[in-house]
Design a binder for this molecule. Structure first.
Ligand code: ATP
Length: 513
């Protein structure tokens, strides 16, 4: 079995080898942190998006979906706070020319001190045996206390520097901690500077400042600015939601984790507009609802956990992440945020337009509060892939790689395989495809031995392989092989549609929500 690092590497190479994800413009050596979805990736991604859309929009009468433009009026991003505050502190190493996030370097350095403390405690535990009191040791051992003091002091300086936007302060912490570049091993650092993560471009042909616009760094603002349009034209009554999926762009400083952190990615966001004062109730409700959506996929619950944000944005009432256990550890997959009336109020102020709702029950107008759920489609893709990818040893000693994708998400639902490429079997296979293709994405394959073709479909995650043989020509039956159990059964062709339909039904999953 591969270790976690190898596992992640294997998932990346599998994704490429089997047509799920390619580096962007690969013939030119790719573009950093930008990826293209191939023939199977595009299907899987579309199915995940559809699962989200149906769960949000189709199953909830009070949630509607929109499709706002990527370009927005530049003032949008002043109002949202992105022009002033959507930035990360960056630092370069002059020898390796590698760029880092200063905050991440500092956090990593502190983790090293924590590791040192844990090692000391482990050593002592071995030495002292059963009578060892770890808590006592941590507060009395001079070396541990020294490390702990370093962590506490650094944390305090770090917090102050971040709060005051003090880039020199951050640099000084890096110097004092004697942080070295992992690539060059040197301490030859540039100054720290703030780096805004938004991509900008020009609208029209005249390159003046006023024409600078941004590629949206999140889809949410397209929802906020359309709040009244949708509410009025859709006669929406509070509480109601607006959902949207679409591309977002961030010029991430460090983007080295495949599709976990991309510069161009897709978000699936929903803003739920509520009466002020009901935010705690709705926050809890959306936390539970979103977790259920994940659980209905059949991925073990132990792979998910909530992580509450300790440091909240000044406008936020509460915020948490749903974290997923990726091969590189538990990391944010989705954010759930109680955002008060911050965004709508900001847009009121910057646009001079009222963004209020008249509540007929209360007989008063107010700016609604918002609960937001925001998930990255690509991250969800990676979560699904990391769970599904299995290297299995079979009973006969052979090995196979299989993608145990939830069948309703699988890119191809069934592969029709003529046993031999003659005797009228390919034509019979074609007949079956012509029946099934109106309901599902079906493929056929004629090359290689049947065993090899099964393995290939396992690697793509196809739930069923259907083999057409000579008997098929006489009695219209085929063998159907199930991906996970590898069990084979002989069934009549006219049963196929029902068998496959049951197995890959998205509705059956939606009914569990
Ligand atoms: P992180 O802390 O990982 O940078 P974030 O807190 O900035 O993420 P949000 O702004 O809350 O992320 O965005 C909502 C969701 O969008 C995230 O939960 C994640 O799934 C997705 N997302 C954010 N940035 C990226 C990215 N660069 N690449 C892929 N997905 C992303």
């Amino acid at each position: 079995m591969a270790n976690q690092d190898d596992l992640f590497k294997n998932i990346i190479s599998h994704s490429k080898e089997y047509g799920f994800i390619f580096p962007s413009s690969e013939i030119y050596d790719g573009l950093s942190a930008v990826y293209d979805y191939g023939q199977y990736g595009a299907e899987l991604k579309k199915n995940i998006r559809e699962y989200w859309w149906k769960a949000m929009v189709q199953l909830n009468e009070n949630i509607v979906g929109i499709d706002a433009a990527i370009f927005m009026h530049p003032t949008t991003w002043k109002a949202s706070g992105h022009v002033d505050a959507f930035s990360d502190p960056l630092i370069d190493n002059k020898d390796s020319k590698k760029r880092y996030r200063a905050d991440v370097l500092i956090e990593d350095a502190m983790t090293k001190f924590e590791d040192k403390i844990n090692k000391e405690v482990e050593k002592a535990a071995k030495r002292f045996g059963e009578t060892f009191d770890a808590a006592m040791y941590r507060t009395t051992n001079p070396r541990v206390m020294e490390y702990q003091k370093k962590i506490d002091d650094t944390n305090a300086r770090f917090k102050t520097a971040l709060e005051n936007n003090d880039m020199d302060g951050l640099k000084q912490i890096i110097v004092d901690l004697e942080v070295v570049c992992p690539v060059s091993g040197s301490r030859n650092w540039t100054e720290v500077r703030q780096f805004n993560l938004m991509f900008s471009t020009q609208l029209g042909s005249v390159a003046e400042d006023s024409n600078t616009i941004y590629l949206r760094p999140e889809t949410a603002q397209g929802i906020f600015v359309n709040f009244l349009n949708v509410q009025k034209t859709g006669r929406m009554k509070i509480p109601f939601g607006i959902a949207q999926t679409g591309k977002a762009f961030r010029n991430e400083i460090v983007a080295r984790q495949f599709i976990f952190r991309m510069r161009e990615f897709e978000q699936m966001e929903m803003q739920f507009f509520i009466r002020p004062g009901t935010e705690n109730e709705w926050y809890e409700k959306w936390k539970a609802t979103r977790m259920n959506w994940h659980k209905a996929l059949g991925i073990p619950e132990s792979k998910y956990r909530f992580h509450d944000h300790l440091k909240l944005a000044h406008y936020a009432k509460a915020a948490c992440d749903i974290e997923f256990e990726f091969p590189f550890g538990f990391k944010e997959l989705e954010g759930i945020h109680s955002r008060s009336d911050f965004d709508l109020k900001q847009h009121e102020q910057f646009s001079g337009k009222k963004l209020q709702y008249f509540d007929p029950e209360l007989n008063e107008s107010y700016v609604p509060f918002v609960i937001e759920t925001s998930i990255g489609l690509d991250r969800m893709f990676l979560a699904t892939m990391s769970y599904a990818y299995k290297e299995e040893k079979l009973e006969d000693g052979s090995e196979r790689v299989v993608l145990n994708l939830p069948p309703f998400l699988a890119p191809i639902k069934a592969a029709i395989l003529p046993l031999v490429n003659k005797d009228g079997l390919p034509e019979k296979a074609e007949e079956i495809i012509n029946i099934l293709k109106f309901e599902h994405i079906i493929t056929s394959e004629e090359k290689d031995s049947i065993g090899k073709r099964y393995r290939r479909q396992d690697a793509i995650g196809t739930p069923y392989c259907i083999t057409v043989d000579h008997q098929t020509l006489t009695d219209n039956t085929v063998t159907i092989r199930e991906r996970d159990t590898m069990k084979q059964e002989r069934v009549a062709i006219d049963q196929l549609s029902k068998i496959i339909g049951e197995k890959v039904s998205m509705n059956n999953v939606l009914r569990k929500l």
